[in-house]
Design a protein around this ligand. Structure first.
Ligand SMILES: Cc1cc2nc3c(=O)[nH]c(=O)nc-3n(C[C@H](O)[C@H](O)[C@H](O)COP(=O)(O)O)c2cc1C
Length: 207
């Protein structure tokens, strides 16, 4: 389990927020991968800028994205279930996470349901993963990432790996999303475990 507070009795719920950083595909792929786990209930929030990037980058509208989640909350709905720590969840992913939402979370602003749900996730000592996306970073971004890390959150920029030799963009996205989902231990690990460079050398020697 991701932390001491979670037990076998904890309902299998994961909160997913999509905010207005480029990389809306990460949030969508996360929801798609979560749908394979029929016993995990996804709770989705999308910021206003998130809807814009979903449309701009993927041509997706509200109905198509909402259909991927079990429950969708408006970011204005600060009285939603996920606004309270008494509503048990396995944690929350912000995919992708804009610098604005990062700042709100880092400073405990709780100015919308995304920031409030993240605040609750941190205060309940549940797992919070922020797929922050910006480049380059300014000092405010770096300080906010440090603050979130100090509070127990996980800063997980969607940086592609190459050691698994991805052939397509989909391979890269799937690998990153699998690594994020594996952090919640909701299912057996999805991302292939690194076998070590020695294994690669043995393969090469054999061929
Ligand atoms: C197409 C597009 C791409 C953007 N990419 C980023 C980005 O990569 N990182 C970022 O922090 N903001 C990015 N922004 C700006 C945010 O959307 C903006 O700061 C917004 O206020 C974030 O609000 P939210 O966190 O509530 O979604 C982008 C905006 C647009 C329209």
């Amino acid at each position: 389990m991701p932390n001491d507070a979670s037990t076998a009795a904890t309902p299998r719920r994961l909160i997913v927020a999509i905010t207005g950083a480029t990389g809306a595909v990460y949030g969508v792929r996360l929801l798609q991968q979560l749908r394979r786990h029929t016993d995990v209930q996804s709770h989705l929030m999308v910021s206003s800028a998130g809807w814009q990037t979903l449309h701009q980058e993927l041509g997706l509208g509200k109905a198509e994205v909402q259909a991927l989640a079990d429950v969708t909350h408006s970011v204005r709905e600060v009285g939603a279930t996920i606004a309270s720590g008494s509503f048990a969840t396995h944690g929350m992913v912000v995919a992708p996470c804009s610098m604005k939402t990062l700042a709100s979370i880092a400073h405990g602003l709780s100015d919308n349901l995304i920031a409030r749900a993240a605040d609750v996730t941190l205060k309940e000592r549940r797992r919070l993963v922020l797929m922050v996306r910006e480049t380059p970073f300014n000092l405010a971004h770096l300080r906010n990432m440090t603050a979130v890390t100090e509070m127990g959150g996980i800063v997980f920029p969607p940086l592609p790996a190459f050691y698994h030799r991805p052939a397509t963009l989909d391979d890269m996205i799937d690998h990153t999303v699998a690594r994020v989902l594996d952090m919640f231990q909701l299912a057996p690990p999805q991302a292939p475990a690194w076998a070590g460079l020695a294994a690669g050398r043995e393969d090469a020697a054999a061929s």
